[in-house]
Design a protein around this ligand. Structure first.
Ligand code: CP3
Length: 344
């Protein structure tokens, strides 16, 4: 591990005059070279499980832009699949899964020790990347956080308000909490295997954390995240971890301390100035340019980028978007953002 990697310095708490930068969904459909490799693979899941092609798409944005980090190409829904859920993607609509709504569904899941059988190609992708990446580039592994993964396993699809998951939580707490526990245990094993294969940092995506309110947020977003982080750090001392409780709002405050995360990723529903004052005082933050600027570009892209760099300039910061880049983004706008961050 090169001690001079800028991402690792930020995660260790160092303030840098130019923050390191990477981008959520940096390997994705806005890039023509991604679309070409995706077509070669067939469908999205075949791409995830093809270690050679998944390595290739992970490297594409590194070659094109020289980002400071590469994120493993995979998906948060591979873990449910490894636990025995059926998973498929409907073009233009998104993921579909078999649903879990009762004890029988929970009992039918595979034991956590069986997940590696399905996920071995993902670990191979990590090993490929660990040897293929430039020495200055940090390799990030990831998984979904338990609540977000559970929302898909319960509803069988993405939902605007996570209604089915909230309903199960309120109607059958034993099944809901049993499912969350199973996902938590699976996530520990999955991320641990990614770290053993060469991931230098891991990130937990809790994309739907914002729909948990009050004590539910503490119980189902904060607590499982804390459990995963403490177990990973016990097994892999010093492994840096990024937590992303998207749209947590006020609940971003204290999230470093409550979970043990080295870095808290911030979405763009809060201002960088607010997050600098209330969240960055506790440690590294990542974020938080609105991904719409990658579509619209222009002067606003440059001025917003510079505003965010300045707002987070007095503490440890990793520049990123507030959420994933969208397929309608212009690849030239990504370069403009990078130039604005690096001061070119
Ligand atoms: O950041 C990265 O580039 C790493 C790879 C990654 C993907 N998905 C690749 C992907 C990561 C970290 C994810 C996370 C993910 N996947 C989340 C949480 C983060 C978030 O964006 O909120 C969720 C909810 C999923 C589930 C999922 N996978 C959805 C809702 C979709 C969109 C379906 C669609 O048709 O747009 C996917 C597909 C997906 N995952 C794509 C990529 C690049 C698009 C695949 C394609 O069609 O080529």
């Amino acid at each position: 591990m090169a001690a001079d990697k800028t991402i690792l310095k930020a995660l260790a708490g160092e303030t840098q005059s130019i923050p390191p930068i990477w981008m959520m969904r940096q390997a994705g459909r806005y890039l023509p070279e991604y679309k070409a490799t995706r077509a070669e693979a067939g469908d999205f899941l075949s791409l995830c499980y093809n270690s050679d092609l998944a390595t290739e798409v992970t490297l594409q944005p590194i070659r094109r832009y020289g980002f400071d980090a590469a994120i493993l190409f995979a998906d948060i829904l591979l873990l449910p699949q490894a636990l025995g859920a059926d998973l498929w993607f409907v073009t233009g609509e998104g993921p579909r899964l078999s649903t879990i709504t009762d004890q029988a569904g929970l009992d039918a899941l595979k034991p956590v020790s069986d997940i590696h059988e399905t996920l071995n190609p993902i670990y191979q992708t990590v090993r490929n990347l660990a040897s293929a990446l430039p020495r200055e580039t940090t390799l990030i592994g990831f998984a979904g956080a338990p609540w977000t993964v559970a929302t898909y396993m319960i509803a069988g699809r993405g939902t605007p308000d996570q209604g089915p998951a909230h309903a199960l939580k309120d109607e059958d707490k034993a099944v809901f909490e049993g499912l969350l526990d199973r996902i938590t245990e699976g996530t520990i094993e999955y991320l641990s295997a990614q770290i053993e294969a060469g991931a230098e940092v891991v990130k937990l995506f809790d994309s739907w954390a914002g729909s948990l309110k009050g004590a539910d947020f503490d119980r189902y977003a904060t607590a499982p995240t804390q459990r995963i982080i403490s177990e990973l750090k016990a097994r892999h001392p010093g492994i840096p971890i990024i937590a992303f409780p998207r749209e947590a709002g006020d609940k971003y405050i204290g999230f470093h301390a409550k979970t043990g995360a080295d870095c808290v990723a911030i979405d763009d529903s809060v201002s960088a100035e607010w997050a600098a004052e209330h969240v960055q005082k506790d440690g590294c933050v990542q974020g938080n340019l609105a991904s719409s600027h990658m579509v619209t570009g222009g002067d606003a892209l440059v001025s917003e980028t510079k505003r965010i760099v300045k707002a987070f300039g007095n503490g440890p910061h990793i520049f990123n978007l507030g959420h994933g880049i969208t397929p309608d983004a212009d690849p030239d706008n990504v370069q403009r953002m990078i130039d604005a961050v690096r001061g070119a």
